[in-house]
Design a protein around this ligand. Structure first.
Ligand SMILES: *[C@@H]1O[C@H](CO)[C@@H](O)[C@H](O)[C@H]1NC(C)=O
Ligand SMILES: *[C@@H]1O[C@H](CO)[C@@H](O)[C@H](O)[C@H]1NC(C)=O
Ligand SMILES: *[C@@H]1O[C@H](CO)[C@@H](O)[C@H](O)[C@H]1NC(C)=O
Ligand SMILES: *[C@@H]1O[C@H](CO)[C@@H](O)[C@H](O)[C@H]1NC(C)=O
Length: 300
């Protein structure tokens, strides 16, 4: 599992600045992608392209109809077979999930220049399509690493910040793996959101999210997220960013300062003094422009 996963993680040193200080519009900022040029390419209007578009449209419908907001499957056969997965963020509505699939269908050929293996990340969903059957394994391939273009405010203790994010991500990952809905059968919604308060007045809140693909077992989900937490700290450029995301085809993690990027009450709430705080009801909405703050990984 480890070797194959690592081979698919683009180096974080290769992240490319695409965003300016101004919030850029939602539609212009997304998606972020990982396009595997080793996977070969296909022509517009080919059987592979037709199968791909047919599969996106089925998975879009199936994911948005599923309480797990997840669907995977294949279309076509032989050399033209396409394998795909759609995982919508666990708190989005069925219609937002469907719309995210629609955008993926519109974007996938252009954004990845028709490479066969294409992973796209939006604020509302992760999608991946490939000629290889990546669904057969629980490995978290198709990784799209994103790091915020903005550093933490000056004066904030970076070591304390990194430690706080680590504690929050660990707790969020564990909650996601251990509280799937329903507890059986598959697919399950593995989704958790978190908040850490009290690090520093300049950093009033750290927000987090963890999610797994609905076809994993709880143990596979936990292992997948543990691997991501470790990868998060291995990549030297991540810690001082205001936020980062590691999104793969089996699980994803996200942490942010500033605005809460998910809807609803945090499922995990931590305080700097080590006490668990009781989550308070919240009516915040998802800021649509959060993605504008990101660096994007380059396809290479
Ligand atoms: C695939 O990409 C290569 C290199 O860019 C190009 O020469 C070739 O025409 C492409 N093939 C198709 C089917 O688009
Ligand atoms: C999509 O859902 C339909 C209806 O439940 C099911 O028959 C079909 O197998 C699903 N397809 C995929 C690719 O998941
Ligand atoms: C996209 O693919 C075409 C051929 O299919 C090739 O000519 C072009 O250089 C590619 N563009 C990029 C950005 O890779
Ligand atoms: C987070 O989890 C990892 C792996 O389970 C562990 O090694 C690490 O010590 C944890 N970090 C914190 C801050 O809890």
């Amino acid at each position: 599992m480890h070797g194959r996963r690592d081979a698919c993680v683009p180096s974080l040193a290769h992240v490319l600045l695409v965003a300016a200080a101004l919030m850029i519009p939602f539609a212009a900022a997304q998606p972020w992608q990982a396009c595997d040029s080793q996977s070969g390419n296909y022509s517009a209007g080919s059987t592979y392209a037709d199968n791909l578009l047919r599969l996106v449209s089925i998975l879009r419908a199936n994911a948005s109809n599923s309480p797990a907001l997840f669907a995977s499957g294949s279309a076509g056969a032989g050399a033209d077979a396409v394998y795909g997965l759609v995982l919508c963020r666990g708190d989005v509505s069925a219609s937002d999930c469907f719309d995210c699939g629609t955008r993926a269908a519109e974007d996938v050929q252009r954004v990845c220049n028709r490479t066969r293996d294409a992973a796209l990340v939006y604020n509302q969903c992760y999608v991946r399509f490939a000629a290889a059957d990546f669904l057969a394994s629980p490995d978290n391939t198709g990784m799209v690493p994103l790091i915020s273009g903005t550093s933490i405010p000056s004066g904030v203790d970076a070591v304390a910040y990194v430690g706080a994010v680590a504690r929050l991500l660990n707790a969020t990952a564990r909650y996601a793996a251990e509280n799937s809905v329903p507890s059986s059968p598959l697919p399950r919604l593995y989704f958790a959101t978190g908040q850490l308060v009290g690090l520093d007045p300049r950093v009033p809140n750290i927000w987090s999210m963890a999610q797994c693909a609905g076809d994993l077992s709880p143990a596979q989900c936990l292992r997948c997220l543990d691997d991501l937490v470790m990868l998060w700290w291995k990549s030297g450029s991540l810690p001082n960013g205001e936020g980062a995301r590691l999104a793969g085809s089996r699980c994803n993690l996200r942490s942010e300062l500033g605005d809460k990027f998910y809807t609803g009450t945090p499922m995990v709430k931590l305080q700097m003094n080590g006490d668990a705080a009781v989550p308070s009801p919240s009516t915040d909405v998802v800021p649509a422009t959060v993605g504008g703050q990101y660096y994007s990984s380059t396809p290479d």
